[in-house]
Ligand binder design. Sequence first.
Ligand SMILES: Cc1cc2nc3c(=O)[nH]c(=O)nc-3n(C[C@H](O)[C@H](O)[C@H](O)COP(=O)(O)OP(=O)(O)OC[C@H]3O[C@@H](n4cnc5c(N)ncnc54)[C@H](O)[C@@H]3O)c2cc1C
Length: 410
Amino acid sequence: MLDAVNVSTAARGGPVVVAGAGYGGLHVALRLTARLRNKPAVELTLVDRHDYHQVITELPRVAGGTRAAGAVRIPLQGMLAERVRFVQAEINGFDLAGRRLLTGAGPVGWGRLVLALGSRPNDFAIPGLAERALSVYSASDAERVWAAVSKALDDATAAAAGPGRQRRLATVVVGGGGATGVELAGELAEVLPEVARSRGLAPDWPAVWLVEAGPTLLAGSSPQLIAKATRILADLGVQVRTHAVVAAATADGFRLTDGKLVEGGVFVWAGGVKAPDLVMGSGLPTGHNGRVKVDQYLRVLDHPDIYAAGDLASVTDPRTGHVLPPLAQVALEEGETVARNLDAELNGRPLEAFTFHDKGFVVSVGTRRGVADIAGITTGGRLAHLLKDAIEWEYRQSVTHLRGWDPVAR
Ligand SMILES: Cc1cc2nc3c(=O)[nH]c(=O)nc-3n(C[C@H](O)[C@H](O)[C@H](O)COP(=O)(O)OP(=O)(O)OC[C@H]3O[C@@H](n4cnc5c(N)ncnc54)[C@H](O)[C@@H]3O)c2cc1C
């Protein structure tokens, strides 16, 4: 949909700076590279703390020890054309009036800024959670989960205090039954029996608990999808507890609001996300969970020189009235619109309102099975897992080989 807006601000020059090389930011950088082919004077800068892009959707496999962390880190150097100036630096703040990012490598001035800094785990200020629970938000996080699980099984093997303690040490408790929690619990439940066997432990000693505050796993999904995912998890031996609100994390487990303790040796929190603290204290307009409020063109409210995309952006779907969920699929589509709108500004064309085209929902449950809702059809089993593999393969191809090649770039 094309809407006419006042594009007088578009004429302002200065570099286009993209903050964050995740799903949203990398997509903007790659698309703009193609679209700015005939505009050598426009500077395009990408800033990230890492010199690699992380395929976050594959992190549950790293956390389950079935994929190396290095395999989900794709070096940016291989993807970015010379046209893009890459600055590897930590972004520490914003000088909104001076239009500068404040980074560890010095200030980076913008004419237009794209904010795509993703999100952080939200511990909802639950006592003990930040100190005792791991998370899975980066390749390093996922590596830490696998290291902790491996160590817990080693400790369980070495423990001489009897099977009760050994079983507790070998138990992983995952908090949060959304897609991340389900994928992680499924992956671990599938691999842990074999790992236990290899250490001389009984294969049924490692247990995986999945603790969810709401009435169902995968809240917001179709009842059919939830039922299929729940069945596969049960088949894998995952102990699911719904209506289980975590009140505190202790050294022995997650203490629930009903007083019960879900004991384990390793604790992982996948109970939700929030915007990075950096954004929350920036003076930018923020909404629920600190996500940045944007207009229909994905420009930050009252800041027409700043766009936001991905988990960081609070984008309401006009058809449902709900804020879009933090998903890679959403980040990529928002990145597409931001790239088009930056290009439109540079060419004096009207901006395009963002519309989300839902391609469906796919979740892996274990290393061989999954569930999917696509075009109103729900599938569960091997096919859904293959679909997830295919989506990830296609994504890797799109960023590494096609490098954001854009058939409609003008
Ligand atoms: C385990 C897991 C599995 C998931 N699986 C799926 C899935 O199957 N399908 C799906 O659609 N979604 C999935 N998601 C959600 C998806 O990964 C996110 O929605 C997506 O990554 C958001 O993209 P983004 O560009 O907003 O942020 P990100 O991809 O997180 O990128 C943010 C970038 O900003 C950089 N950055 C952040 N802060 C700073 C700073 N201060 N200084 C410098 N650089 C900084 C980071 O290094 C990173 O490169 C999953 C998420 C998790 C955690």
